[in-house]
Ligand binder design. Sequence first.
Ligand code: SAH
Length: 205
Amino acid sequence: MTLVSSNEQMIREQIESRGIRDPRVLSAFRSVPRELFVPSIARGEAFEDNPLPIGCGQTISQPFIVALMTERLKLAGHERVLELGTGSGYQTAILARLAGTVYSAEIEPRLAATVRARLDSLDIHNVVLRLGDGVEAFRDEGPFDAILAAAAAPEMPEPLIEQLAEGGRAILPVGRDVQVLWFVERKKGKLERTPMEPVRFVPLR
Ligand code: SAH
């Protein structure tokens, strides 16, 4: 097996070639070295086309899935974004490059503890991190222009998408064994829900 050896190769072969074309999204990926978010023991596999273990039974998401979810949010730069499941902070860093402020919650203290230093090392300062259940952690800061969840609720988590502002967009995995990525938009007060594709995320806790 030959390993994908650079961030640039990963972007070209797994992201651009599969149809992600938004130049802002691609440049965000170029400015966030994925190897910084992978445990040192897995550095050699940092750019592989799959999720990787990051400890505590959790994973850093597959690069293409991070790109797909990010592109779908169509961030222009001013948005307030809620992220559920900080994990390694990789998706957080990408969102921070594209939005105004990212509010990111992680339920596992041992993962949350390492993220601030990684973001600081990339000069990313527009991220608010909180420890706790992402469905409730930032209720005082909402509503949000965009919401992204990295852990799958068994059913559509209404209390989460309730926090979507008018005109806002959410992307989140839903399901147990079989999960689907859903895209939700609030238009004229109504929630429009569109199923996208089958995915595999860790379960929401
Ligand atoms: N995008 C992250 C993915 C992390 S995996 C990355 O690429 O690194 C999903 C994360 O969601 C895990 O770290 C898990 O601990 C966290 N999680 C699960 N349930 C949660 C909840 N209710 N609130 C906040 N975080 C949660």
